[in-house]
Design a protein around this ligand. Structure first.
Ligand code: GDP
Length: 222
């Protein structure tokens, strides 16, 4: 691990000792929108990234998590803005950066944009020493090949992955077990995904608490 990351880990752990109760977000501030690697913010805070197919409900999930309706733009034209957006998050525990990665796998994205997406994201995952983990959003009703490819890729890079099934309100309680099975098989996972609904708030606190756990992890990046 590099010097900068060690410093971050120790500062997180100090705050950790003071921390009690459920993880709460106090405020979220948009910091930057980056279309090139050169524009990435300096890695001064621990980071958690969030990624998923276009239309999976990523913007809604971010807004729900940070209690801010308009922070991430819901329902924007898929594939138009291929930028990485950084939000600084103040909490009752460690302060961190939430990083909104552009949606993948949308058929209508022009080839030219798809070609730009790969290198930008790849560079982000390969170089962010302060990255503690990635929340991968998948639709709770169907897994696609691109979701599996994303999870496998992150695992190969040895980046901690948390799989979150979105739009949970669309899967009735009676269908939950079957949905969990399908997601696990489709993604080749051993653990159950966490179900989240941006509409009802189901799963929100559990996700926040798991994000907090990610933040306290030592990064496994070389
Ligand atoms: P993004 O493209 O991944 O950022 O997805 P958005 O947040 O823009 O959401 C895409 C669509 O899914 C919108 O029509 C949202 O209203 C809808 N959506 C998002 N989250 C939920 C949810 O938890 N439940 C339901 N039923 N619909 C959702």
């Amino acid at each position: 691990m590099q010097d900068g990351s060690q410093f971050l880990c120790s500062s997180v752990n100090e705050k950790e000792e003071l921390f009690v109760g459920a993880f709460k977000i106090f405020s979220a501030e948009f910091k930057a929108s980056c279309g090139t690697v050169e524009q990435f913010l300096k890695p001064t805070l621990p980071e958690v990234a969030i990624v998923g197919r276009s239309n999976v409900g990523k913007s809604s999930a971010i807004n729900c998590l940070v209690n801010h309706k308009g922070l991430a733009k819901v329902g924007k034209t898929p594939g138009k803005t291929q930028t990485i957006n950084f939000f600084e998050i103040a909490t009752n525990g460690p302060r961190f950066m939430l990083v909104d990665l552009p949606g993948y796998g949308f058929a209508k994205v022009p080839e030219r944009i798809r070609e730009l997406w790969g290198p930008l994201i790849e560079e982000y995952f390969r170089t962010r020493r302060n990255l503690r983990g990635v929340v991968v959003l998948v639709d709770s009703r169907r897994v696609q090949e691109s979701d599996r490819a994303m999870v496998e890729w992150l695992m190969r890079l040895r980046i901690p992955v948390m799989v979150v099934a979105t739009k949970a309100d669309k899967v009735t309680r009676g269908h939950r077990q079957a949905a969990v099975r399908e997601l696990r098989v489709g993604l080749g996972m051993e653990e159950d995904p966490l179900f989240l609904s941006a509409y009802t708030g189901e799963g929100k606190q559990m996700l926040l608490d798991q994000v907090r756990e990610l933040l306290t992890l030592e990064t496994s990046l070389p």
